[in-house]
Design a protein. Sequence first.
Length: 289
Amino acid sequence: ALNQSLADLNGRIDVSFEFFPPTTESMEQTLWNSIERLQTLSPKFVSVTYGANSGTRDRTHKVIKEIKERTGLIAAPHLTCIDANRDELRQIAQDYWDNGIRHIVALRGDLPQGMAKPDMYAADLVGLLKEVADFDISVAAYPEVHPEAKSAQADLLNLKRKIDAGASRAITQFFYDVESYLRFRDRCAAIGIEAEIVPGILPVSNYKTLLKFAGFSNVKIPAWLHQRFEGIADDDQTTRNLLGASIAIDMVRVLSREGVKDFHFYTLNRAELTYALCHTLGVRPKPKA
Ligand code: FAD
């Protein structure tokens, strides 16, 4: 039984990888090294995040185009409603479609400080995209409730609206409380959401930063995670990375045993850990013919 529980998993698992647009040459090199390594795992798609101002928006477009040209992978740009009106969004979508982009991650977007709230929500963006063309659309979901939501139920109904508007899957905010993900998945099923609720996996690389970030994002740090890092949060990179890796591996194993078939990895543009997680799940390069 012990060997069985230590054995690598090997079911039908689909993975996707999220990257962000690099801002320096060395970051760009890191990104491409990572993409080259991770593409051997035949991800279902890879996605690239999108910032609020047009400079970062152009970077997203550029990376998406390059990924598509250099790897042939399905490259999905994130698109938000921030700082663009409906006509501009239609134009961006049309340009993507004309350039062969068929998958978009549709979001309301994070508001930069001082910027006015857009008069659209992600559900409206999904509808707008579907009017432009028949995109494959992913949307965001929040197992522990989005911080601006009126209630957990209102947030869940918002997810249902996004799916009903034409999204084909939801990718979750990162989480560490696996129970809250599983309960959320049940609640989605109970209100008739049939789309896959794909867990977004963010390995811990810096515990102190994570605490801050989890606070803004309304993500619970379970007691076991506090305990795991107690007294070691200031320790050197290696220790923290090893712990972060072992926690992420534990999480994907538990989720896989709970029947999760699709995983989305927030790679932070690094290949190593994501590659190890995929390997553990039984996701390996195809043998060369
Ligand atoms: P929505 O689904 O529109 O929901 C936003 C809030 O409004 C929720 O609280 C919801 O309950 C509420 N709401 C929705 N409709 C209504 C209504 N009609 N009336 C009242 N309240 C309503 N951000 C970026 O800027 N760039 C990225 O690339 C990016 N990538 C992401 C990827 C993933 C997988 C995830 C999970 C998040 C990402 N984000 C990104 C963050 C996201 O943009 C923020 O969390 C944002 O605050 C909410 O976006 P959303 O698409 O979930 O919004």
